[in-house]
Ligand binder design. Sequence first.
Ligand code: F0G
Length: 361
Amino acid sequence: AHQWRGVINEYADRLPLLAGAPVVTLGEGGTPLIHAERLSERVGADVHIKYEGLNPTGSFKDRGMTTAISVAAKHGAKAVICASTGNTSASAAAYATKAGMTCGVLVPEGKIAMGKLSQAIAHGATLLQVDGNFDDCLTLARKLAEAYPVELVNSVNPARIEGQKTASFEIAEALGDAPDIHCLPVGNAGNITAYWRGYRESLDAAGDLGALATRTPRMWGFQAAGAAPIVKGHPIDHPDTIATAIRIGNPASWEQAQAARDESGGLIDAVSDEQILRAHRLLSSTEGIFVEPASAASVAGLLMLHERGEVPAGARIVCTVTGHGLKDPGWALKNADGSDVQPTRVPVDAVTAATALDLEG
Ligand code: F0G
């Protein structure tokens, strides 16, 4: 049987930046595009979920990390560094380990989901908790990469965007064309930049490469309301949201995200934490897809636009959900009123258990 070989091997001809680089891979990409029947019905469209939580470290970052670390290896790098709200650090730590490099990660104080911290530590990264937010961490990481022999693997590294664009190729191949609309969460804005590049390149039949699509989708990006600089039109000094992955006040790829929005005829809007948590619960309880809160911003945005009457009937829509639910599992254990979910306790007795399970006698 064919085994997926990771995005560099699978898309070598579409990744010229990687030419001549050793391939450092954990088999990332090739994630499922899942038809979401309940969500489709709810919004009157044909909705598919690109489940990026199924990458090796549990987020879409692996697509860009295989390329960034491979290019770093080509340059002979011995050490890499990144700023992160968690997922980038988990991914960088894993791929650096695979490449035999050391990895330093700068994370904001106290706002990183436990699953992500555990990953960075497990893979042997040196973790610096910075007295500041993500934007401060990125500023510091850039300074270190300028002054010391260490490669920066945030999405300001062009190899990151190159790798992440492969998700668009997979979607165009799976659907036989690009969708009408693509929804995704926006934080540092690298991913919306990458998807847009991937969709544009899917059209391109230049050289020996076949076109994967005949059109490009409208890009619909969603920031968390408390961390929505692009929507507000100015940096946010103290970004805040329960979706810690996208708790970012001054995105590095701000201009590229606006270009993706404008060139595609799309939009970038904000969703509240409450909308995010509702979409998070809807995905797990009606579609069988468990994601971390930030990932649900794409679906929260789609639901919001549907309520406003802006989702065209029958449109083909892809929502990227960016990270696995096990990264930050605590949210599932809270009831809507904030109380803890309690298990129903039963004795070792079939009748009592059956009654508790509401099974027919
Ligand atoms: N979803 C998740 C789960 C993320 O971890 C991130 C970004 C995003 C969405 C937003 O993607 O930054 O390309 O717009 N996480 C980065 C990190 C910032 O450090 O892990 P973006």
